[in-house]
Design a protein around this ligand. Structure first.
Ligand code: NAD
Length: 254
């Protein structure tokens, strides 16, 4: 059977852990050359080693996605190593401290927006420069059910992911005649290391957020996101553009 991403080069941010790591492994198994970007280079290197051991192609690049120069370097490494870029997955992200707007600090707001949102704009701007001349390219963003609903996190995370949804839809519309497809996944509760990024959970916000957890159908595996991601970056989804796909077991149906 032909592999779904043969001869494709995919940049994946946050590839050292959780969903990004599973995407990297799956995309490589489907024939892609993977550029695994992460601020945690040790974890990214482990994922790259796993891919290479399985016979795949991958390179790790230390990247703080909130820094424009790091984003530019990530594209340079992709070009220098594999000669082209076909797929960009903006997946790196962090949780907030569940602060409601009345308690959010400037630091929490800016940190979350820099990593979850500014990064997506920076990388998409670079990717579009790459994709427009060849009229071909795919972008996938990891949003969240927090990007479509109000009670899944604090204000900073919720607003940062709503912005990712907005960037996705705007870009999908703008470039729909230019051969560039842009979609997002909105994961529900997924078993990853994301809780490591919670610094100092705010009690009131956590309690409000937890009131909806009883209706969560369960915590899904990161492989569920990787499978959806493979579909959205492959030609199997070539008529899907601007979609925000919930992968949440149905959590957002209430
Ligand atoms: P994770 O913590 O397991 O993985 C995130 C990766 O991003 C880590 O390897 C981390 O080192 C990296 N990262 C963090 N800050 C970075 C930075 N500044 N620059 C580069 N890399 C950075 O978490 P995950 O759950 O796999 O998260 C992936 C995405 O999924 C995030 O955007 C997150 O917001 C989103 N998401 C997660 C859940 C969930 O329940 N886990 C739900 C909805 C959305």
């Amino acid at each position: 059977m032909t592999k779904k991403l043969e001869n494709k080069v995919a940049i994946i941010t946050g590839a050292g852990s959780g969903m990004g790591a599973e995407m990297a492994v799956l995309f490589a198994a489907e024939g892609a050359s993977v550029v695994g970007a992460d601020i945690n280079i040790e974890r990214a290197n482990e994922v790259v080693e796993k891919i290479k051991t399985a016979g795949g192609k991958a390179v790790a690049v230390k990247t703080d996605v909130s820094k424009l120069n790091d984003i530019k370097n990530m594209f340079k490494v992709a070009r220098d190593t594999f000669g082209q870029i076909d797929i960009l997955v903006n997946n790196a992200g962090i949780m907030d401290d569940f602060s409601p707007v009345g308690e959010v600090s400037n630091d929490e707001w800016q940190r979350v927006f820099a990593i979850n949102t500014d990064s997506v704009m920076y990388a998409m701007r670079e990717a579009v420069k790459e994709f427009l001349p060849k009229k071909k390219g795919v972008i996938l963003n990891t949003a969240s059910v927090g990007g479509t609903n109000g009670g899944r996190a604090g204000v900073a995370y919720t607003a940062s992911k709503h912005a990712v949804v907005g960037i996705t839809k705007s870009a999908a519309f703008m470039y729909e005649k230019e051969g560039i497809r842009i979609n997002a996944i909105a994961p529900g509760g997924i078993n990853t290391n994301i809780n490591e990024s919670i610094k100092n959970a705010i009690r009131f916000g956590s309690q409000r957020m937890q009131s909806g957890l009883g209706l969560m159908p369960g915590v899904g595996p990161a492989t569920a996101i990787a499978n959806a991601a493979l579909f959205l970056v492959s030609d199997d989804s070539d008529f899907i553009n601007g979609a925000i796909l919930p992968v949440d077991g149905g959590w957002t149906t209430y």
